[in-house]
Write a protein that binds this ligand. Sequence first.
Ligand code: TRP
Length: 446
Amino acid sequence: MNDTPRGAFKSNFGLMMAVAGSAVGLGNIWRFPFLAGQNGGAAFLLLYLGLVLLVGLPMILSEFVIGRASRRGAVGSFKLLSPGTRWYGIGYLAVITGFVILGFYSVVAGWTIRFLVEAASNNFVDGGITESFDGFVNSAWQPILYSLLFVGATAAIVAGGVEKGIEKYSKILMPMLLVTLVLLAINSVTLSGFSQGMEFLFKPDFSKITMNSVFDAIGQVFFTLSIGMGVMITYSSYVVKDENMVRSKGIVTVIDTSVAIVSGIAVFPAVFTYGLAPTQGPSLVFLALPNVFAQMPGGYFVGLLFFVLLLIAALTSAISITEMVVAYFMEEFKLSRIKAILATSGGVMILATVSALSQVEGSSIRIFGINFFDFLDMLSANYLLTIGGLLTVIFTGWVLDKKLLYNTFTSGGRYAVWLFKPFMFMIKFFCPFAIAMIILSKLGIF
Ligand code: TRP
């Protein structure tokens, strides 16, 4: 990802859509509702919104400043901006994080494929979705097969270099996904569990806030905005013209957050209508929505459309992570593109197989008392991304030349000048302090 020809995006709008495409994925539609469900709904939503604004936005801006000031990828940028230091280690951390994320992301993306097949065969109308899902997960070979299929498809797209085409289509497809979600959210009004679901999502019960929910919320902020692993550094290195960075990154943040909230409005009324537990965990969305498709008018097509679009959203996110890891292998080990892809996807396939197996009932593939799938999820979002992000803000706030920082942030004094001081305060003091406190208190050190 370093030193690739710059200016790959024709316009800043195109770049903004690509950034939004990377951010919007399973994180918004699958991960947000299940975490909110486990952490008391509205209380979690508030924590999440607060942290998006106070940590997520300054973080995404930090990564943009680094990428734009250096015009390099995640490793190269630190080498250029701070020669002779070891800050580029953040780039190596990102490669590890990429593997860890893909190791469970691919499994969930595999579920999406299987649900797409079920939707196409009109199987939701018969009900029994929970039983059928349990049977699927416990068969072991099915979830493995589907996730390997997903990893294979990702590898093929990255190998064929057709991801640019996909990016082009996702400009149309991602807004379609949002429209489908809005449709489902509106349809929620017709469900008997509507008010219960809305109350759960929007009426905060602060007694539900625990250290764990704060920890989950910050992990989700990093995960959903694709920050903490240098992906935004790479994207911003492609910026074509001067732009009002604060505005465009603000828009991306708003889009990403809206998708999560709308998906909450689509999911929770269904959860209560069909007698599911909000604390269900990772299967929550997959169990709740098919019931809605079975009942709503035109549900066959809406369901089909939803899983197609969700799969594409997962693909675009997985492609960008894979691309980053592949670029690293090519550069560092001077591998050919194909060999780098084989190494990356081979590694991901092993991790995905183990995490799919760990979800089989009674499986003993557990680490620190949780199954391997949950472990990869927690390790990446809650630890690797937050630590990567912590190092990145410290670098931006304390190491990066202040003049360069100012000029990049404001495009030489043209935009958002008044926001520079608050931004400096956030990245120098508030963000490092907040992120460090949350990690340390979780570890029981503080
Ligand atoms: N943000 C993506 C989602 O919500 C997942 C993700 C995390 C990601 N880190 C990333 C995607 C880095 C691309 C690059 O699904």
